[in-house]
Design a protein around this ligand. Structure first.
Ligand SMILES: [Zn+2]
Ligand SMILES: [Zn+2]
Ligand SMILES: [Zn+2]
Ligand SMILES: [Zn+2]
Length: 158
């Protein structure tokens, strides 16, 4: 979508003597008395509120966009902040980004990929626990590991 340039024109209508040229608001259909606004197609609007309905709105925060904006897939965003909410987030640091590594359907950013990875699930983690055998595991995997070990012991005792 190209950037939209809105041209505002303020026009003075001189009282009721000009009844032949009655003007009605394009949006609320009310008769306009006094100043009004015109859009680029010369449609009149009674107020800024009515005029703002033709302005694009941010897909995320629903604010009227009256300046430069970002658009993607026919959707408009008022700011980089709103735009960033649509981007995928890193599973670990929760920061939005455009480049990700996928491990088991979960996305990790290049920064997090520099961290140590769990020996079992291969995902990066901030705090890996050292196992007796020297390998590092994440908390989730360690729970299963201990569970498996206990089960193995149980079977052995039988
Ligand atoms: Zn109106
Ligand atoms: Zn917004
Ligand atoms: Zn990350
Ligand atoms: Zn793991």
């Amino acid at each position: 979508m190209p950037r939209i340039y809105i041209f505002l024109f303020f026009i003075f209508v001189l009282g009721s003597t000009l009844s032949a040229s009655e003007v009605f608001c394009t949006h609320c259909k009310k008769k306009i008395v006094g100043n009004y606004l015109l859009d680029s197609n010369k449609n009149p609007y009674c107020s800024k509120v009515c005029f703002s309905v033709i302005l694009p709105r941010c897909t995320i925060c629903k604010k009227v966009i009256d300046g430069p904006y970002r658009s993607l897939n026919n959707k408009s965003y008022c700011s980089d902040k709103c735009f960033a909410t649509t981007l995928p987030k890193c599973k670990l640091c929760q920061l939005p980004g455009t480049q990700f590594f996928k491990i088991a359907e979960e996305s990790f950013c290049p920064e997090c990929m520099k961290l140590d990875k769990c020996a079992s699930c291969k995902k990066p983690h901030k705090a890996l626990k050292d196992n007796k055998d020297g390998r590092k595991f994440c908390e989730n995997c360690l729970v299963f590991l201990i569970f498996d070990e206990n089960k193995a012991k149980e079977l052995y005792l039988k």
